[in-house]
Design a protein around this ligand. Structure first.
Ligand code: AGP
Length: 605
C-alpha cells in the first residue's frame, strides 16, 4: 500500500527520496510524488503512474534541496490521478503533507473546514490534514499545530509535514501505520518500511503510536502523545542490503523461493541446539500451559494458511483445541476467548491492519497474545504480550513464499515446545522431530533442483481460465495456499477444495483439460484422494499430482517430493505450487513481483 520516504541532512534529497520510493514499489501503488524546498519555497512534483515516470518529470529539475518528503499512493479515496496524488497542500500553500492510512472522520473535518471557508481540490481524505494544521497554526507554532490537528483525526495515519516557515524541518507522526527514522552522520532518513533506506543506515528509531518527531538538521526531538519530550533508543537492524536486491534472479519471487533452504535454517536457528527445544524469547511454565483451554490462530491470506497448516500439530501433540480464523472476521465476531486462551497472531509484515485489530480484541478479552512476525519492531510485536520472529529476511515480492514456510516451521517448533513442556512428547520423539527439521533445507534443495517438469506443466496449462487445487487433511491448507498463489500472480481463477467435497458440487465445473492440481502426501488418506482424482480424470480434467507416494501413472503429471515428518510436509509440498504459480505468471508475461490491485502490506481494513 502507500509508502513514505523523507530526508533531512547534508546530502541532496531528491536522489535519496527517489531511491527510497523505488525500494517501496513492491508495496503496490498507483501514483508517486515528492516535495522539496527550492529557493526556500515548497516545490511539488507528482503524478499518477510509476516512480520511473516521477523520475523523468524530475530529470531537468536542478535541485539543491537537502530536505524532502515523498510518497507512493495506493488509491483509497479518489481514483489515481495527479490531483489525488500526494503530497497535498493546504489552501495557503504553507503546509505540505504525505499520508499513509485512512482518516475515518475526514468528511466531518472537511465540513468543519468548509464552514470556515477552506476549499478542497482533491477527492482524498488526506487533504483535510494540511488544512486542519493551517487552522490551528493561527494560534500555535508548527509543532503544536500538527499535534492539535492529529488529536482531531480518527483512523490510521503516518504523516510527514513540511511548513513554508520552517524550511529545515519535517514533522512526523504515526498512529496505526508504520514509520521509522534511520539515523546516520549524513542525516535522518524517514520511511514507512526499513528497506526504503537500508542502504544508508542500519540504526533505526521505531516510532510508537501517537509519537511526534521534529526532524531538523541532524537533530531529532521526540514527543509523546501529550507533547512531552521523551528520549528513545535506536535499534540495529541486521538485514543485509543484498537481501533487497535481485542478485541475478529475474524476479524477487523466484529469488525468495530459492532462499527457502537458508530461511528455514535461520528460522530453526538455535532453538534445537541442546537436548531440549527452546524458543528465542519465550518460556512457558507447565502451570501456565495447563490452564490454556484453547489456542486461536488469527491472520490474513497466506499467514492464515500457515496457521491452518500447523493446527494439526498443536492439536495432536499438545492436545489443545485450535481454532484458526481470518483476522477481518475474528475482530468483529465477539470472539470466544478469555484468560485461558493462547491467541497467536501471524503476520509477515507485522503491520496488517486486520491482524492488529484482531490482536487488540483478544487482548481486551484477557487472552495471552503471541505475535509471530518477520519484521523486527513491527506494530504487531509491540502490541502483543509475547513475540517470536521468523528469520526469513525482507520479503519483497507481493506473493509471500519464504515467509510462509518460515511461519509453518516456527509454528511447528512452537507446538513441539508446548508439547515438550506439557510432557506429552518424550526425548526420543523430540530427537526425531529435530532430525526431521534439520533435514528440511536439504530436501527443499532437492525440490528446487528439479524445476524442469514444473516449467513444462506451466507451458501446458498457462492459458487455462480456471483451476482446482485438492487435498485432504494436512494437504488441504497447502491446496488453499497453492490456489491463492496462482490467482494472485497469474490471474487464473482457482479454488481449493477438500478433495472429498468436490463431488458435492464443484465437480460440475470440470470439463476437458480443466487443470486439477492435487496434493497427496498423507499416507493414510492417499488412496482416497487418488480416487477423487480419478473422478475428475473421468470428466476430462488435466491432473497434476504433487506427492510423496508411489501413485498411479494415469495422471498427466506427477511431481515427487521427499518424505518427511507428516507435520512438516506442508513446508515441502508447497514449494512446487509456488514454482508453478511463478512459471505460469512468467509464461503469461505478467509482472510477477507486483501483481495488479495487490499490496504487500495491507495497512487498511
Ligand atoms: C500472500 O501471497 C499475500 N500477498 C497476502 O495474502 C498476505 O499473506 C496477507 O496480506 C497477510 O500479510 P501479512 O503476513 O504481512 O500480515
Amino acid at each position: 500500500m502507500c509508502g513514505i520516504v523523507g530526508y533531512v541532512g547534508n546530502k541532496k534529497a531528491i536522489p535519496i527520496l527517489l531511491e527510497g520510493l523505488s525500494k517501496l514499489e513492491y508495496r503496490g501503488y498507483d501514483s508517486a510524488g515528492i516535495a522539496t524546498f527550492e529557493n526556500n519555497k515548497i516545490s511539488i512534483t507528482k503524478d499518477k503512474g510509476r516512480v520511473k515516470h516521477l523520475q523523468e518529470l524530475l530529470e531537468n529539475h536542478s535541485s539543491s534541496s537537502n530536505i524532502g518528503i515523498a510518497h507512493t499512493r495506493w488509491a483509497t479515496h479518489g481514483k489515481p490521478s495527479k490531483v489525488n496524488s500526494h503530497p497535498h497542500l493546504d489552501n495557503t500553500g504553507k503546509f505540505c503533507v504525505v499520508h499513509n492510512g485512512i482518516i475515518e472522520n475526514y468528511a466531518d473535518i472537511k465540513k468543519f473546514l468548509m464552514d470556515n471557508e477552506y476549499k478542497f481540490i482533491s477527492d482524498t481524505d488526506t487533504e483535510v490534514i494540511p488544512n486542519l494544521i493551517n487552522y490551528y497554526y493561527a494560534q500555535n507554532n508548527f509543532l503544536q499545530a500538527v499535534y492539535l490537528a492529529c488529536k482531531d483525526l480518527k483512523g490510521s495515519y503516518a504523516i510527514e509535514v513540511l511548513c513554508q516557515d520552517y524550511p529545515d524541518h519535517i514533522i512526523v507522526v504515526r498512529k496505526d501505520s508504520p514509520l521509522v527514522i534511520g539515523t546516520s552522520n549524513d542525516g535522518n532518513y524517514i520511511a514507512s518500511d526499513i528497506p526504503a533506506v537500508l542502504s544508508h543506515t542500519k540504526n533505526f528509531y521505531l516510532l510508537e503510536d501517537n509519537e511526534i518527531v521534529e526532524v531538523y538538521g541532524n537533530k531529532l526531538n521526540f514527543f509523546n502523545k501529550n507533547l512531552e519530550p521523551i528520549s528513545k533508543k535506536t535499534e540495529i537492524i541486521s538485514w543485509d542490503e543484498s537481501a533487497i536486491e535481485k542478485n541475478g534472479f529475474d524476479d524477487f519471487m523466484l529469488k525468495e523461493i530459492f532462499e527457502q533452504p537458508k530461511t528455514i535454517r535461520d528460522t530453526i536457528g538455535f532453538k534445537l541446539d541442546k537436548d531440549k527445544i527452546t524458543l528465542d524469547n519465550i518460556e512457558f511454565s507447565k502451570e501456565f500451559l495447563s490452564n490454556i483451554s484453547k489456542i486461536v490462530i488469527v491472520a490474513c491470506g497466506t499467514a492464515m494458511h500457515a496457521g491452518l497448516s500447523a493446527k494439526a500439530t498443536f492439536e495432536n501433540l499438545c492436545r489443545i483445541p485450535v481454532e484458526v480464523d481470518v483476522a477481518s472476521e475474528f475482530r468483529y465476531k465477539n470472539p470466544l476467548v478469555n484468560k485461558n486462551t493462547l491467541a497467536i497472531f501471524i503476520s509477515q509484515s507485522g503491520e496488517t491492519a486486520d491482524t492488529i485489530g484482531a490482536l487488540k480484541i483478544a487482548k481486551e478479552k484477557g487472552a495471552t497474545t503471541l505475535a509471530i512476525s518477520n519484521v523486527i519492531g513491527s506494530s504487531i510485536t509491540r502490541e502483543a504480550d509475547l513475540f517470536i520472529y521468523t528469520h526469513a529476511g525482507p520479503e519483497i515480492a507481493v506473493a509471500s513464499t519464504k515467509a510462509y514456510t518460515a511461519q509453518v516451521t516456527l509454528l511447528n517448533i512452537l507446538a513441539f515446545y508446548i508439547a515438550q513442556v506439557l510432557g506429552y512428547i518424550d526425548n526420543k520423539l523430540i530427537k526425531s522431530l529435530k532430525e526431521d527439521l534439520f533435514e528440511l533445507p536439504n530436501k527443499i534443495e532437492t525440490i528446487l533442483e528439479n524445476t524442469e517438469e514444473i516449467i513444462n506443466i506451466s507451458k501446458d496449462i498457462y492459458s487455462a481460465k480456471d483451476a482446482f487445487f485438492l487435498g485432504r487433511g494436512i494437504d488441504y491448507p497447502v491446496a488453499m495456499e497453492g490456489s491463492l498463489k496462482l490467482k494472485e500472480i497469474s490471474y487464473i481463477h482457482s479454488e481449493a477444495y477438500a478433495a472429498g467435497e468436490l463431488k458435492h458440487g464443484p465437480i460440475a465445473l470440470i470439463n476437458d483439460d480443466f487443470p486439477v492440481i492435487a496434493i497427496v502426501t498423507d499416507e493414510v488418506l492417499a488412496s482416497k484422494t487418488v480416487s477423487n482424482i480419478q473422478e475428475v480424470i473421468s470428466r476430462g480434467a488435466k491432473t497434476i499430482v504433487i506427492t510423496t507416494e508411489n501413485v498411479s501413472k494415469a495422471f498427466n503429471y506427477i511431481i515427487k517430493i521427499p518424505k518427511t515428518n507428516q507435520y512438516l510436509t506442508p513446508i515441502l509440498s508447497v514449494i512446487p505450487l509456488q514454482l508453478l504459480a511463478y512459471y505460469i505468471s512468467k509464461e503469461k508475461g505478467l509482472d510477477v513481483d507486483k501483481p495488479r490491485n495487490l499490496a504487500k502490506s495491507v495497512t487498511v481494513e
